[in-house]
Design a protein around this ligand. Structure first.
Ligand code: WT7
Length: 629
């Protein structure tokens, strides 16, 4: 399954297009199956349904853990780097991780969690987060990890949408010099979640918390009593493995569903190839397990390959902006995978934090989550990679489960800021507004994929229609990514950003509608419109135009109140960077807000607003420009 040269990549790619079933069956057969599959693929993008390895049975943890016990039981699986640099790092070997996952699997079983039940995990970046995820997978429970920065309201929305019966959390969390309440937030969330029967709490901060009799249990006590033996549940390849909520252009976040077999095969394959992982290499992915990057390339992809994966609890700027570089030295990291926003932020602190840092262990660098600008790419290349480490700019999405368009480290010739070429099994096409394929090179269009790959989204939880309309109706017969893309003269792909109403704030996906709904919940707000605008560090910032009932009262205080409201409803990551109070919004006669105009104003481009003649009241635009910040 390992590609070792450009020619091998080209051969693999051709085979994956000409004989996709044979291509993926060969790779899938490298894993342990409880019952081998005989059918490889069944699919339709018209009436959306995709099934890979349909009649096979397996368990992803048997492949990520048990399989390695024969060969590398005492090798590190996870290295936990705590928030405080002075605190000892903790290594869990494959044997230790296996035992702890088995124990916690038994804890979940003892609480009546069965195959197919949903479990919500709301935890900071500690080893128990990975253990909780893997324990769910082992017993066939469907995990739904909610990023630790989300609000109580966001937790309860997600818990209710998928009817979770158990929640796993901690007393508190530490990030940099902040202590964050976790259990308290869960308690608030659960006031409106009658489906939850049990809460398991791991101690992290020794923060005083309330423990509800009959509902709340301590992780430590339960684990102590549990047996370390737990056979992996036989899962059908198409049984759901997890749900992960992500924002779209309309409505509340949707639960993206991934299934066991295809997700296993694809994340393992892409991890091994893109990063050119060699046994014994130390891999450091800085993403939180609350996002898809953490699921696929901190937990599952690395463990399926018997890799050593660093799990970092803190933030890149604590105690100072040299923290990542210290971790690289401390754990002799060979492969480092982070987001452009982190690179730009650290770049902004200047080179002083690089002085004396030994980065010589690095061999491969990766970037993910948003377009990387050339300047950041070059800094990453020169200052971190010392001109010696290929940078893999990996384009993918929560819905794709794994990397889609990306260089293969050391093999694909690079171009700064290009995701380069599709990985084997991925068939991208560019289309125009009418859905016509744009052929040839040196072109721009909307990025679609025309053939299924093993870890493609299967459904949006509880609402298959929504999955069909969101991804498969804009361009019939194609999966629409929501991204704009150029293909240059050499056939290289460069992702230019979202073409829908989804923003990408520091690599985090947030829908404009979601933020608007949150702002509109604030008393006195009549209406709002939110757009993304270019931001030096975050990639995009959030710009909100807000109409208030009483425009003359204290603007500054109202701004702060609105920020507090958004933080309460969604979480601090969704707080607008700029709020402009307006008296009207540019609407068409049919009442649709012309966001194009608002985007231009937010960018400071007042001269080229385009055609405004279809507006109900063109005068509104002048007053918005006058008030622009
Ligand atoms: C959106 C998906 C899956 C990684 C974490 C984000 C943007 C992602 C790149 C890249 C340019 C990128 C796209 C995509 N994106 N990677 N290498 N270059 N843009 O996952 O939250 O599902 O967001 O992130 O716009 O659609 P996500």
């Amino acid at each position: 399954m390992r590609i070792k040269s450009l020619q091998e990549y080209q051969e693999a790619y051709s085979l994956s297009v000409e004989k996709p079933e044979q291509f993926w069956a060969d790779i899938a057969n490298e894993f342990d199956w409880i019952k081998p599959f005989t059918k490889v693929l069944d699919w339709s993008f018209d009436d959306y349904s995709v099934k890979w390895f349909e009649d096979g049975q397996m368990n992803i943890t048997a492949n990520a853990l048990d399989r390695h016990l024969k060969t590398i039981p005492d090798q590190a699986a996870i290295i936990y780097e705590p928030n405080e640099p002075g605190d000892e790092a903790i290594t869990l070997t494959y044997r230790e991780l296996h035992t702890r996952v088995c124990k916690f699997s038994n804890v979940l079983k003892a609480q009546g969690v069965n195959k197919g039940d949903r479990v919500c995990i709301y935890m900071p970046m500690i080893p128990e987060l990975a253990i909780a995820v893997l324990a769910c997978a082992r017993i066939g429970a469907i995990h739904s990890v909610v990023f630790g920065g989300f609000s109580a309201q966001s937790i309860s929305d997600r818990v209710n949408d998928s009817q979770c019966k158990l929640v796993i959390t901690t007393d508190g969390a530490v990030r940099g010099n902040k202590t964050i309440p976790m259990k308290e937030t869960v308690d608030d969330a659960l006031l409106s979640c009658p489906c939850v029967e049990t809460v398991i709490v791991k101690i992290r901060t020794k923060t005083p918390i309330s423990m509800l009799k009959g509902r709340d249990l301590w992780w430590e006590e339960e684990e102590m009593q549990a047996s370390g033996i737990c056979a992996p549940e036989a899962m059908n390849a198409e049984d759901p493995l997890f749900i992960l909520y992500t924002s779209g252009s309309t409505g509340k976040p949707k639960g993206v569903v991934h299934t066991c077999g295809g997700y296993m095969v694809y994340t393992a394959y892409t991890f091994a190839n893109v990063f050119q992982y060699n046994l014994g290499d130390v891999f450091f992915c800085t993403a939180d397990i609350g996002w898809i990057t953490g699921h696929s390339y901190l937990v599952y992809g690395p463990l399926l390959n018997g890799a050593i994966s660093v799990l970092f609890e803190g933030i890149p700027t604590y105690p100072d902006a040299g923290r990542f570089w210290d971790i690289i030295k401390r754990h002799q990291v060979n492969i480092f995978y982070t987001a452009p926003t982190a690179i730009r932020s650290l770049m902004g602190f200047g080179d002083a934090f690089l002085v004396g840092k030994d980065l010589s262990s690095l061999r491969v660098l990766g970037s993910v989550g948003e377009p990387i600008n050339v300047e950041a790419w070059q800094w990453y290349d020169e200052k971190i990679g010392k001109g010696n480490c290929p940078i893999v700019d990996t384009w993918w999405q929560t819905e794709t489960g794994g990397l889609m368009i990306s260089p293969i480290a050391g093999i694909t010739p690079l171009k700064p800021a290009f995701a380069t070429l599709p990985l084997p099994g991925v068939q991208p096409i560019l289309v125009d507004e009418n859905g016509n394929e744009i052929e040839g090179n040196g072109v721009n269009g909307n990025l679609c994929i025309k053939y299924p790959w093993p870890s493609i989204i299967r459904t949006t939880y509880g609402d298959h229609e929504r999955c069909k309309t969101t991804y498969f109706s804009t361009y019939p017969g194609l999966y629409f990514t929501g991204d704009g893309c150029m293909r240059d003269e050499d056939g290289y792909y460069r992702i230019t950003g979202r073409v829908d109403d989804v923003m990408n704030i520091s690599g985090h996906r947030i829908g404009t509608a979601e933020v608007e709904n949150a702002i509109n919940m604030h008393t006195g707000v009549i209406e709002s419109a939110v757009v993304g605008y270019p931001h030096d560090v975050k990639g995009q910032g959030i710009y909100a135009y807000v109409i208030c009932e009483h425009p003359t009262i204290n603007d500054e205080l109202t701004r702060k109140d609105i920020l507090a409201t958004v933080a309460r409803v969604i979480g601090p990551i969704a707080k607008p960077d700029k709020i402009q109070f307006v008296t009207g919004l540019p609407k068409t006669r049919s009442g649709k807000i012309m966001r194009r105009i608002l985007r231009k104003v937010a960018e400071g481009e007042f001269g080229s607003l385009g055609d405004t003649s279809t507006l109900l009241d063109p005068g509104v635009v002048d007053s918005i420009i006058k008030g622009a910040i």
